[in-house]
Design a protein around this ligand. Sequence first.
Ligand code: RUB
Length: 313
Amino acid sequence: MNSNTVLQAIQDIKTLKTQGASQVKKSFLKNIKIWIEQNHNKNLNQFNSDFQHIVSLFVKARSTEPAVFNMARKLLELTENEKSLSKLKQELIQLLTEFENRDQQNIQKIIQFGQKVVPNKSIAFTHCHSHTVEAILIQAKNKIDQVIATETRPLFQGRITAKNLAQKGIHCTLIVDNAAQTFMPKADFLITGADSVLANGNLINKIGTSIISKIAQENKVPHYVACTTEKMDPLSFFGKDTEIEQRNTNEVWSEQYAHITVLNPAFDITPARQIQGYITEKGILKPKKFAQTMKKEFKISKQSKQIFEKLFK
Ligand code: RUB
């Protein structure tokens, strides 16, 4: 089995070579499929235990990504109920393919719903780099005068946004994060992606999103968030606190001095009251409506809660 490819994919997620929640999810789906196809274990129990281990490595590689653990849960539910190894492998591959197909359809729907929040001749403001936001803005190209993009310290993912949009012919103004208040009054809307959404409608996204959203609110600029509904964190319905990923402090400052602690949280929490709407495949939903819809849809049983606990162990 070529487990090196799969372990490399996990490493790429940890080191941000694979960047953005949707790409983390794609990598998970693709590599878990490879892992299953190349696994020649004949023993069902051993397969299940190895499978749980590899899935858990993906889940823990980026703890703030519910899209991955929502899918992981459904895969592991299959392993708990199937008695034949060959049938189980078939079912797992089929489910992974369904996830991939559904994901592509959902992104297309989000791109279409996203067009509604872009007025003619408008100026969009965005933070970091979200593949979902980028796709919406590219489709809305003819309605956009320019996009103001923050550089997004410490790793400058805003440069990726600016480059990709500029390549598609959208004019971008790249600013330092601290210039958000200076430029926000020019913007018609703020649009960001999401890493995770909580049961109370709060958003978890790239560090800095919360303050930029606050600045937008003070300037009466609506903040829209583009994401698939699987980014809703099921564990937040049980009151579990989301662990904010802490990244390598060398990204901020590689030098070390006595009495200086450098910290590098990757994400922060934007309160639901600052969010005008979540652009999802189910339409543009108010934060409360989004959470209510997903609570009904998740149908989280005791068994699924136990599966989540195992994944994070
Ligand atoms: C990227 C980030 C993005 C979300 C959504 O952070 O915060 O807004 O992941 O992206 P990082 P997408 O660069 O640290 O991964 O829409 O691609 O899922």
